[in-house]
Design a binder for this molecule. Structure first.
Ligand code: HEM
Length: 510
């Protein structure tokens, strides 16, 4: 029987009763285009349908999103948790309630601002390794390089060293961990090629008792996730073993890298303690959550700077001025990176225009009323400043559509314009970084967001200081593939997998 609790709201009609809008959204050629059009037509809060025409509330309204993030009433849905478990195991992204509190407490000190500053040298070292590799490869001749191939190598090695005190050696081409790197590449492309039948099957599966549905049949995406989990868990066990051996040799170490913090939880009271299985799952979580997100954001940033050469020149200008003040031999600090306004505006504009995780799914587990900052028209023409929510309501939190709201970002919300962050608006204050929801919010917000910001600052600085980026001479048409994590691909060339080719040229140092 069709569950309908949102009939009073307007929204698009589905092409098919069976598929609702789910198939359309996950198979559109450019992530978010459909939803951006719908927001223009119906406002930032409206009704769509999932498979079997079940109502879903799509929300991009800043106050509504804030309310959901701050409330305990909107946990992750069961199917999303099952996916998290299948990708990462029972780690932070899977946990809820008291278990989530315990996991979060255990990890917090590894992500403190003080601790993050100690990771800075790893960010610098790994990016420098990439710069050296490219310099050797280019030998003064510009070449087209696939950013979607190179950036994850840096971020994976950074995660290895900073989080786990472990050398993955991906940049060096060490074969041992290539399997882990390989399983991550193209991991999120399968949702694009799934058939309508697979879409319906996954919708049926989420209505079946836990796990039962997963035993019936595994999709191509399931198999890809399982391959990653298996490679990540075997890597996690090696990391754990190496660190436990080091701990026996030096029992009083107070290292605060993530793995040391996790191992020491076994001495903590039960409010923080993690089992060995849970530690392995946290490692798998951090390997993926801390790698793909940052590397993709970096690729998109270089893409935008290639399209907008004046922006690139301005970023380079700020870098050169900073170097003129500090000289080349001093290791830069967070304060140095933070001192470049346009440079940091470019980072925020990239996170706004190309959010890597544009959609989160939640479900109300109590009746509630959602306050809205942009009132929407009901089907009968009434202006609604609040939306009543019934227990069990499935909700799509559309961070990507929020990032394009003209009410928040102005009429040029669809365009690249970092200057908007130099004159920040005072009327909307959400999230913790640049009025963005890129890291969600509240108790489930991204634990690694400062790690990501610092890593992006270092990568942007060193890459733009050493190289000039431009679009390939023959041109390139990049598609934003909708998936769990949004990924770039060359339009019409799906067989090449994840691609973001840019021309890279060594800068003449003055
Ligand atoms: C540009 C970079 C990043 C973006 C856009 C991003 C975005 C997000 C978002 C939207 C969530 C919420 C997911 C949900 O509710 O289902 C999240 C959670 C999380 N992120 Fe990030 N992230 C980034 C970088 C990182 C890094 C570098 C790390 C680790 C080193 C990390 C680790 C995590 C973890 C462990 C969670 C789960 C938190 C919890 O549920 O308590 N992320 N991230």
């Amino acid at each position: 029987k069709r569950i309908s609790r949102l009939d009073f709201l307007r929204g698009p009609k589905p092409v098919s009763y069976l598929l609702g809008h789910e198939y359309e959204i996950s198979h559109q050629s450019d992530a978010g285009q459909l939803e951006f059009e719908w927001v223009k037509k119906y406002g930032p809060t409206f009704r769509i349908y999932s498979c079997f025409s079940e109502d879903v509330l799509l929300i991009a309204d800043p106050m509504g999103l804030q309310h959901i993030f701050q409330s305990q009433c909107y946990p992750k849905t069961r199917d999303i948790r099952l996916i998290a478990e299948r990708v990462f195991g029972k780690g932070l992204l899977w946990a809820t309630g008291k278990t989530h509190e315990r996991h979060r407490r255990a990890l917090n000190s590894a992500f403190s601002t003080q601790q993050l500053k100690q990771y800075m040298s790893f960010f610098q070292e790994m990016t420098f390794k990439l710069v050296t590799k490219w310099n050797d490869q280019l030998e003064e001749n510009p070449a087209v390089l696939n950013m979607a191939h190179w950036m994850p190598k840096v971020t994976l090695d950074v995660i290895g060293q900073s989080a786990f005190d472990f050398n993955f050696g991906v940049l060096d081409g060490t074969a041992e961990y290539n399997e882990l790197y390989r399983t991550m590449r193209d991991m999120f492309l399968d949702s694009k090629s799934s058939s309508p039948l697979t879409e319906i099957y996954t919708a049926v599966r989420r209505r079946l008792p836990e796990r039962f549905g997963f035993r019936l049949y595994t999709t191509k995406e399931d198999r890809r996730f399982a391959a990653f989990l298996s490679a990540a868990r075997s890597t996690a066990r090696s990391i754990l073993l190496q660190k436990q051996e080091a701990e026996i040799l030096n029992p009083n170490s107070d290292d605060k890298d993530i793995i040391s913090v996790l191992i020491r939880t076994k001495y903590d009271d039960h409010k923080k303690r993690l089992s060995e299985e849970e530690i392995v799952s946290q490692i798998a979580t951090i390997i993926l959550a801390g790698n793909e997100t940052t590397s993709s954001t970096m690729s998109w940033m270089l893409y935008e700077l290639s399209r907008n050469t004046e922006s690139q020149a301005r970023v380079h200008g700020e870098i050169a001025s900073l170097r003129a003040r500090t000289g080349y031999r001093i290791a830069l600090t967070s304060t140095d990176y933070d001192s470049m306004p346009y440079f940091n505006a470019v980072m925020k504009e990239t996170l706004r225009l190309h959010p890597i995780l544009p959609i989160l799914i939640r479900e109300a587990d109590c009746d509630d009323t959602l306050p809205l900052s942009v009132a929407v028209r009901s089907r009968t023409g009434r202006l609604l400043s609040h939306v009543p929510i019934r227990k069990g309501q499935r909700i799509m939190l559309h961070l990507g559509a929020y990032n394009r709201l003209t009410q928040v970002w102005g009429d040029d919300a669809d365009s690249w314009n970092p200057i908007r962050f130099l004159t920040e608006k005072k009327d909307v204050r959400v999230g913790v970084y640049g009025n963005l929801y890129m890291i969600s919010g509240g108790i489930r917000s991204c634990i690694g967001w400062q790690f990501a910001v610092m890593e992006l600052q270092v990568m942007l600085f060193e890459l733009i200081e050493s190289f000039e980026f431009s679009l390939p001479l023959e041109g390139v048409d990049i598609q934003r593939i909708p998936s769990i994590l949004m990924v770039p691909m060359i339009r019409g060339k799906p067989e090449l997998g994840v691609q973001l080719p840019l021309q890279v040229k060594q800068r003449i140092q003055q």
